[in-house]
Design a protein around this ligand. Sequence first.
Ligand code: NAD
Ligand code: MG
Length: 416
Amino acid sequence: MTITEPNKSWERLDHGSRGVTVLGSTGSIGINTLDVLARHPDRYRIVALTANTQVDRLFDQCQRFLPQKAVMLDSRAAARLKEKIRNQKLDIDVLSGADGLNAVATHPRSHIVVAAIVGAAGLLPTLNAVRAGKRVLLANKESLVVSGHVFIEEAQRCGAELLPVDSEHNAIFQCMPDGFSAGTAAPSVRRIFLTCSGGPFRGSSQESLVSVTPEQACAHPNWVMGRKISVDSATLMNKGLELIEACWLFGVSPDQIEIIIHPQSVIHSLVEYIDGSVLAQLGNPDMRTPIAHALAWPERIESGVKSLNLLEVARLDFESPDLTRFPCLRLAYDAARGGGTMPAILNAANEVAVQAFLDRRIGFTDIPLVIEHVLSEIPASHDNRLEVVLSDDMRARDVAVNFIASRERRVSQGAT
Ligand code: NAD
Ligand code: MG
């Protein structure tokens, strides 16, 4: 779905269309978002696109969607993009760095901000979009995990609409009672079932997990995603982060959420009401459905997703997750119940461990060991202020980095 063809029909028309900023437009969610937006040029207008370092991909997107602004976090990448845009005589303003991201996240002409940066790096621009009262389409689950308290409070204070794009949370949102808004508990809801595909290693033995490679971990059976979330899906940390995300979005406690392994990924989650009714949202596993839903809510728009063929699906299976083979999920439950800055510490340690695994510095089964070590070293604070959360995030990253380095030293000494 890489976009290369310039689209002459995409014009900067302002007549009643809604302005959209896509933070992280070159990633998996970003590309899916642009695919949906391209189906509705009369309804949406792109104000800004952003990326970390992928100059060529952002340039292709600029040619096709003619945003007013393009931002690259990396300043050298921004300089290269600027040159390409000048050579092509495009009227697009190129910005860089955190200031550039914040400028487009709060731009007065953006009504909708799609938060699709990966990791805690997405937190501040997303929070700034919330503070500017935007409709925020939240894919970046890490920002809620790290500072859910601040996000929900600020969304309510500033009148922002926080709409989940994570497929499970979008499904839950669709099953919530009329009038529901993020962060408030619905008294008629008893429980939430959060579904989980089980990832690529659902049937693997504990011993075989030791030798898993990054390529194997990134080969998800049902979804094509960025590398970080693919590894999280393989360790089941993704479901752990989603548990914490769901607690914030739907105002429930971790014990009101049951995680169910559902390998077909057709039921995207379920909500149980106090009268015993259980509502579910179903569909093909394609992120364009939740993206289209959140873009147009409360209306519905075409997304390009093909119809669900239930006869082809034929059966729907359910099982419990195995917390022994997948300790990341157990650690996330502990963090969800512990509260305070514990989820931020868990998330930061996980980000460092996943990157080290992708860089082949640690093994797959070392990921939970790193996280457990960091959680045991840093006592969680129950001060919810953003500066406290961010300081614990930084400490957790330092402890994780040092732990991985000391393990590497031990391994290399053992080898000589
Ligand atoms: P990805 O790695 O494919 O893309 C990430 C995007 O963020 C890219 O545009 C990249 O340039 C940008 N980026 C990376 N680091 C950055 C930084 N430090 N500063 C600014 N920009 C940066 O990731 P993805 O799979 O699209 O996931 C994005 C977010 O959406 C994640 O939080 C993920 O958990 C969530 N999510 C993804 C999916 C999915 O299907 N991919 C589903 C649900 C939720
Ligand atoms: Mg999900």
